[in-house]
Design a protein around this ligand. Structure first.
Ligand SMILES: NC(=O)c1ccc[n+]([C@@H]2O[C@H](COP(=O)([O-])OP(=O)(O)OC[C@H]3O[C@@H](n4cnc5c(N)ncnc54)[C@H](O)[C@@H]3O)[C@@H](O)[C@H]2O)c1
Length: 244
């Protein structure tokens, strides 16, 4: 029997680098997965729930939509995210609004709607994708770091508050991962992404930055029964590289 046989999962940001890996690996291990993102054209899944997380009613409705499409909801992965670069002095109102809406308000709304659905069965796991940069400050990404710090804190609080309902809420905190988020950042700054990723890998004690699957494995662990005694944990997945 596969680890996630019979489990029903909602994954946000499912069209992105880490989201695709999570979706593929959950399905390979028996889960049925509802995917959410702005565009989901080529994503193989059991239900497609496209939309923009900045739309509060969409975020509020996602867990129920996944629940109805899959016949229940056991796992939620709040993985969607945006990264806005720059110090506060260069942060626009739009930068602020989108960062808060996608990285923090979306997960808040989705958790708030998912918790009662999961409490009804007394069995659920929520995994939030935060960041090492939310645990310690990284340079020139002030609002991004703040949103991930807030998501980490929310995870710890919700973990405590909802454990008695049989719901485990934890977070993974990656450092750099080889995904479109990182690569487009290099492109925008005029660097060749392959060269930049290889150079960045030299700064990691393990010798390379993470691939999406390295992060997805830990998400799956936290969502699985193997993590049955973990609640409110912030699991750093960083190849040995601290935030510098
Ligand atoms: N790549 C890294 O180095 C890194 C490091 C630490 C944490 N993270 C976190 O990992 C998560 C996944 O990131 P990734 O690296 O796979 O990036 P990615 O850009 O490949 O994927 C992010 C996904 O979120 C979706 N998304 C963004 N805004 C949305 C909105 N308004 N509505 C719906 N969906 C929206 C995007 O469409 C995209 O598919 C994010 O939360 C990110 O902050 C990434």
């Amino acid at each position: 029997m596969a680890a996630f046989d019979g489990r029903r999962a909602l994954v946000t940001g499912a069209a992105g680098g880490i989201g695709q890996a999570i979706t593929r690996m959950l399905r390979a291990q028996g889960a049925r997965v509802a995917v959410a993102d702005r565009m989901l054209t080529d994503i193989v899944a059991d239900a497609h729930l496209p939309g923009d997380l900045r739309d509060a009613s969409y975020a509020d409705g996602l867990p129920k939509a996944a629940h109805d499409a899959l016949g229940g909801l056991d796992i939620v992965v709040n993985n969607a995210g945006v990264i806005i670069r720059g110090p506060v002095s260069e942060t626009t109102d739009d930068d602020w609004d989108i960062s808060l809406a996608v990285n923090l308000e979306g997960p808040f709304r989705i958790c708030r709607a998912a918790i009662p659905l999961m409490a009804a069965t007394g069995n659920g796991a929520i995994v939030n994708v935060a960041s090492c940069w939310g645990l310690r400050p990284g340079p020139n990404h002030a609002v991004y770091c703040m949103t991930k710090a807030a998501l980490a804190s929310l995870t710890q609080c919700m973990g405590m508050d909802h454990a008695h309902q049989g719901i485990r809420i934890n977070a993974v905190c990656p450092n750099e991962v080889n995904t479109p988020m990182l690569r487009t950042g290099f492109e925008k700054r005029g660097f060749d992404p392959d060269t930049a990723v290889a150079e960045l890998g030299k700064t990691v004690p393990l010798g390379r930055i993470a691939e999406p699957e390295d992060i997805a494995e830990v998400v799956l662990f936290l969502a699985s029964d193997a993590a049955r005694y973990m609640v409110g944990a912030l699991v750093e997945v960083n190849g040995g590289k601290a935030v510098q």
